[in-house]
Design a protein around this ligand. Structure first.
Ligand SMILES: NC(=O)c1ccc[n+]([C@@H]2O[C@H](COP(=O)([O-])OP(=O)(O)OC[C@H]3O[C@@H](n4cnc5c(N)ncnc54)[C@H](OP(=O)(O)O)[C@@H]3O)[C@@H](O)[C@H]2O)c1
Length: 283
C-alpha cells in the first residue's frame, strides 16, 4: 500500500515521512510526500515525492496513485474537490490534522476555529472514513513565537504569560499519525492529543532557559503591545482570537489526556526534550 503525506515539508508532515520511512511502523508500505512545489522538496531515501496543491488539485490523481491512507493538513480553502478525487481513486482512510480551536468555546466561531471546522466538514462530506487529530499547544510554537526575540534580546514578550498550555512534542503528533495510517485499531474517532503536563507559558520559557543554560526574562505585554508586535504572516483577526483564548486560559490548567500513550505505547514526551533537540534555533 502507499501512504500519502500531504504537507511533507511541514514540521509535522516532515517528521511523519521520516518515521514512516524509518520503519517505525510495520513495513510493506510505500511512502509518498507531497508539496505545492515538489522541485525543492527533499525527503528521506525511500520516500517518493509528488506535487499537489490541496486547494487547486489539478492532476491530483498522480499524487493519489495507489494511495490507501493519507495525512491531510487543514489547509485554508475548499478541500472538497481534492477529497472527491481521493474518494474516486480508492483512498480508504484519512488522518486529518485539526485543532482544539475547532470545538473550543472561545475559538470555534473565530477565524482559526472556522478554518479547521471547514476542513473537518469537507472530510465528513467526502464520505471517506477518517480520524481527526486535535493536538494541544505545539512545542514548535516556542520557536515560531519566541526564538527571534530570545536570540536577539535574551528575553521574550508575552501577553498573558500566566495562561496554561500543554505543550506537545511534534514527534508525538507525527508518531500518532504514523500509527493511525498503518494500523486501524485507533481509527474512526477524534483523538485529543496532549503533552504530559500542563504548564504556564512563563514556565515553558523557564524550561527553555534551563535547556539553554541561561535565564530568559519574560516581559508581560498588553494585548495592544502584542498586536503591535504581530508578525506579518499572522493575520490580525487570528492573533486577536488567539489572545482572547489565551486570556481565558489564565489560571486554568490545560487538559492532559493519555491518548499519545494509548496509541504509541510510550508516555508523551516532555517539552524539555523538544527544547533540547532545537536548542540551536534559540542560540
Ligand atoms: N500551533 C498550534 O499550537 C496548533 C495546535 C493544534 C493544531 N495545529 C495545527 O497544526 C498546523 C501546523 O502544523 P505544522 O507546524 O506541521 O505546519 P507547517 O510546518 O507550517 O506546514 C504546513 C504545511 O501545509 C502545507 N500546505 C499549505 N497550504 C497548502 C496547499 N494549498 N496545498 C498543499 N499543502 C499546503 C505546506 O506545504 P507546502 O510545502 O506546499 O508549502 C506545509 O508543508 C496548524 O496550521 C494547525 O492547523 C496547530
Amino acid at each position: 500500500m502507499t501512504i500519502l503525506v500531504t504537507g511533507a515539508r511541514g514540521d509535522i508532515g516532515g517528521r511523519l515521512v521520516s518515521l514512516l520511512t524509518e520503519g517505525l511502523t510495520e513495513g510493506g508500505h510505500r511512502v509518498r510526500g507531497s508539496a505545492r512545489d515538489a522541485t525543492t522538496l527533499r525527503l528521506p531515501e525511500g520516500a517518493e515525492t509528488a506535487e499537489l496543491d490541496l486547494i487547486d488539485p489539478h492532476g491530483a490523481e498522480h499524487a493519489l496513485r495507489d494511495v490507501e491512507t493519507m495525512f491531510l493538513y487543514p489547509t485554508r480553502g475548499d478541500l472538497g474537490p481534492f477529497l472527491r478525487i481521493a474518494h474516486g481513486t480508492g483512498v480508504r482512510h484519512v488522518v486529518l490534522l485539526s485543532s482544539p480551536a475547532a470545538y473550543d468555546a472561545g475559538e470555534y466561531d473565530r477565524p482559526i476555529g472556522l478554518v479547521h471546522r471547514e476542513a473537518e466538514r469537507a472530510v465528513e462530506e467526502s464520505g471517506l472514513p477518517y480520524t481527526v487529530l486535535y493536538p494541544s499547544w505545539l512545542a514548535s510554537n516556542a520557536r515560531r513565537d519566541w526564538a527571534g526575540q530570545i536570540r536577539s534580546l535574551g528575553r521574550v514578550g508575552i501577553a498573558h504569560p500566566d495562561a496554561w498550555v500543554n505543550p506537545i512534542h511534534i514527534d508525538d503528533v507525527a508518531e500518532v499519525a504514523a500509527r493511525l495510517l498503518t494500523d486501524d485499531r485507533h481509527r474512526g474517532r477524534m483523538q485529543v492529543l496532549t503533552g504530559p503536563r500542563s504548564m504556564r507559558l512563563r514556565d515553558v520559557v523557564t524550561v527553555l532557559g534551563d535547556v539553554l543554560g541561561r535565564s530568559v526574562t519574560v516581559d508581560e505585554l498588553t494585548v495592544e503591545q502584542a498586536l503591535e508586535q504581530r508578525e506579518p504572516w499572522m493575520p490580525e483577526p487570528f492573533l486577536r482570537g488567539l489572545l482572547e483564548v489565551t486570556a481565558m486560559a489564565v489560571g486554568v490548567p490545560a487538559l492532559v489526556t493519555n491518548a499519545v500513550e494509548r496509541i504509541t505505547g510510550h508516555p508523551a514526551r516532555e517539552f524539555a526534550e523538544w527544547a533540547q533537540s532545537h536548542r540551536a534555533d534559540f542560540q
